[in-house]
Design a binder for this molecule. Structure first.
Ligand code: ZN
Length: 240
């Protein structure tokens, strides 16, 4: 079993299609989605329909939640709020209901998936260092947990203490726990503009991070044509 684990698509269809094509070239057999299917970019409907039709296990992201509800968006930053308001207008009732019904946490095979962290997932806390990761590990009862939310690939390992190892290729050791951020498909923020996801090869206990080029100018044009905030178009090429 080879599983592509991907998230933070953020309505970037070109990036999503590139990741799915790359996964096919890597002989992936299964898919798991870590949420934030929509928000920021210009193709919420196409991305949602594609992932819904794949029927893969999917957890809810904060943008999925906000797009599926009607509450005011005044606690959010202006750019995210105006993109979400636009996203709400694109989705029909059925699509919003699909987002609303996504679960916060799921167990898939022998591992757990969550958008932000297992430590109070409804609060959408960001895990940016090993101390944040420690809070998660207190609630992690499987050896592996995959998450997203920060848009930065990271691997935290807990053995006698919690440490961070490079997000490249990771062999799962029997006596450690792993909390793995698979990065972002549709809006990477680690300075590398290529779409990011991970492949978990269960028989060999190997996790490999993949970076995939996609047609950024096309995504950029769609964002501008939709009337979304221009900074959302500009940031993609910088990977910020
Ligand atoms: Zn996100």
């Amino acid at each position: 079993m080879r599983t592509a684990i991907f998230g933070d698509i953020h309505a970037n269809l070109e990036a999503l299609q590139a990741v799915l094509a790359d996964a096919a070239s890597q002989h992936v057999t299964d898919f798991v989605c870590l949420g934030d299917v929509v928000g920021y970019n210009a193709d919420p409907v196409a991305c949602l329909n594609l992932i819904r039709d794949m029927g893969c296990p999917t957890v809810k992201g904060n943008h999925d939640q906000d797009a599926s509800e009607n509450h005011p968006l005044d606690t959010m930053n202006q750019v995210a709020a105006s993109a979400l308001q636009w996203t709400r207008e694109q989705l029909d009732d059925d699509q919003r209901l699909w987002l609303k019904r996504l679960r916060m946490v799921r167990q898939v095979s022998d591992y757990t998936v969550v958008h932000s962290t297992l430590d109070q997932p409804v609060n959408w806390n960001y895990v940016t260092n090993r101390f944040d990761a420690m809070s998660n590990f207190s609630y992690q009862f499987t050896q592996l947990c995959f998450h997203g939310h920060t848009h930065i690939p990271r691997v935290y390992v807990k053995s006698d203490k919690v440490r961070e190892v490079p997000a490249e290729s990771v062999t799962i050791e029997p006596d450690a726990k792993y909390f793995i951020n698979v990065g972002s498909v549709g809006q990477p923020r680690d300075g590398d503009p290529r779409a990011c996801y991970a492949i978990y090869d269960l028989p060999s206990k190997l996790i490999v991070f993949r970076r995939v080029e996609y047609d950024i100018p096309k995504t950029r044009e769609k964002i501008l044509a939709a009337g979304l905030p221009p900074m959302l178009a500009e940031r993609l090429a910088d990977g910020r």
